[in-house]
Ligand binder design. Structure first.
Ligand SMILES: [Zn+2]
Length: 67
């Protein structure tokens, strides 16, 4: 007897873009690899920087590193 139950949380979860405020500028930061974007005067622009980074984030790829 097998009960088919939907798997929850099985899909890859992507961290939401994080924006830090430094002075009058905001920087997009990545909590995965520690990347930080250039200073922007608009948070919206920083979010776009973070989004663009997530596509090329080296820490996002599921590469198992042993050591
Ligand atoms: Zn990253």
């Amino acid at each position: 007897m097998v009960a088919m139950s939907p798997e929850i949380g099985g899909a890859a979860s992507v961290e939401p873009p994080v924006v830090e405020d430094r002075g009058s500028f905001s920087h997009a930061v990545c909590r995965v690899c520690g990347w930080s974007g250039p200073g922007r005067r608009s948070r919206r622009v920083s979010r776009e920087d973070s989004r663009a980074h997530q596509e090329t984030c080296p820490g996002r790829q599921p590469s198992a590193q042993e050591g």
